[in-house]
Design a protein around this ligand. Structure first.
Ligand SMILES: *Cc1c(COP(=O)(O)O)cnc(C)c1O
Length: 359
């Protein structure tokens, strides 16, 4: 029997996707070969690859002047690839610090050019997203880097800020495919697949073509967006299994009703859980209300002992991976697209019981 898996990533996948993948593990269609045994130059794989990219373009309403790339190296490699490719106009970029991941992204950009901090939630331990009046963008920066959802501290931009004429580069690892993307403000979006898209091993990069054109010619080929774009993300052997799984997960999203259905379900899950946190005095949300994430809900109990007991009881009921990130502690429930509402209901039921017992 499967558990309710609240993992922050690699995260739960739709059961129907896993069922189908189980078949293809041994033989893909009538090919007599596992998906993993298909040549990445075969017609069968070519179809998997193209359909996956087409589905992403439809689901995310990606405009024609953006390239969709399927790469490796995780979001962490994008921390380095983004400045390597994009930081060559003024050589300056603005970073808004909203958590651990944006800090890591800024550290990589400092190796390439001049990084300005255009806003920061560090003073508040990243419990809130900076307000518009606390942001100060440099009009001559090559880009503004944002992290749309902060997986560890449980905060999320409600709307991406206005960055005037400067393109936003957005790490969407933990909330992509949960709400529409404002492409008129975004120049590049990237996301490791293992949170809200599919399995680990593939990284999605969506980049406006004119932005990648300014990359220096001495970039190593594997780090050059133009090389991957020119080859349709088949410059070298792609992570074929991960891309196959990503395609199945995207098809599942389409069957559920697409992005609008994902957004509605995400609102339903997160509203129910925050309502319980606010109603039950035994629990306390850690993010400021206006900055709360729909994807990663972080909260605490009165003591660490109670938190340990809560996690133990959750485990008894087949609810797993609710422990907060080791850097912040507490409880974290990750409510990604494939998490059924029944999981949230089971969690709330346990919270209510716990609250009753602890008075
Ligand atoms: C998980 C995560 C990362 C790191 O992703 P990797 O794929 O492990 O490199 C970066 N940014 C955010 C917002 C994340 O949630």
């Amino acid at each position: 029997m499967r558990v309710f898996n609240f993992s922050a990533g690699p995260a739960t996948l739709p059961e129907a996707v896993l069922e189908e993948a189980r078949q293809s593990l041994l033989s893909y269609g009538s090919s007599g070969r596992s998906v993993m045994e298909l040549s990445h130059r075969s017609p069968e794989y070519d179809e998997i690859h193209r359909h996956g990219i087409d589905r992403l373009r439809r689901l995310l309403a990606v405009p024609e002047n953006f390239e969709i790339l399927l790469l490796q190296g995780g979001a962490s490699l994008q921390f380095a690839m983004v400045p390597a490719n994009l930081m060559h106009g003024s050589g300056r970029a603005d970073y808004v610090l909203t958590g651990t991941w944006s800090r890591k992204a800024a550290a990589e950009a400092r190796k390439v050019g001049e990084v300005r901090i255009a806003g920061s939630g560090e003073g508040d331990d990243f419990r809130r997203i900076p307000r518009p009046q606390e942001l100060d963008f440099d009009a001559s920066a090559d880009f503004v880097h944002l992290t749309s959802n902060n997986t560890i501290c449980g905060t999320q931009w409600r709307d991406l800020p206005e960055t005037a004429s400067v393109p936003a580069v957005v790490d969407m690892s933990s909330d992509i495919l949960s709400r529409p993307i404002p492409w008129e403000r975004v120049g590049l979006a990237y996301a490791g697949a293992q949170k809200n898209l599919g399995p680990a091993g593939v990284t999605l990069v969506i980049v406006r073509r004119d932005l990648m054109a300014g990359a220096p010619d001495d970039l190593p080929a594997m780090l050059d967006y133009r090389v991957h774009a020119a080859k349709g993300s088949l410059y070298n052997t792609p992570p074929t299994w991960s891309i196959y799984m990503l395609g199945l997960a995207c098809r599942w999203v389409e069957e559920q009703g697409g992005l609008a259905a994902m957004e509605a379900a995400s609102l339903q899950r997160s509203r129910a859980l925050y309502e319980a946190i606010d109603r039950l005095p035994a629990f306390r949300g850690t993010a400021e209300v206006d900055s709360r994430s729909r994807m990663n809900v972080t909260f605490r109990l009165a003591t660490e002992e109670l938190e340990a007991e809560f996690l133990r009881r959750a485990g008894e009921r087949r609810m797993t991976n609710l422990k907060g990130h080791r850097s912040v502690g507490g409880i974290r429930a990750s409510l990604y697209n494939a998490l059924p509402m029944a999981a949230v209901e089971a969690l709330i039921e346990l919270m209510e019981e716990f609250a009753r017992e602890s008075g």
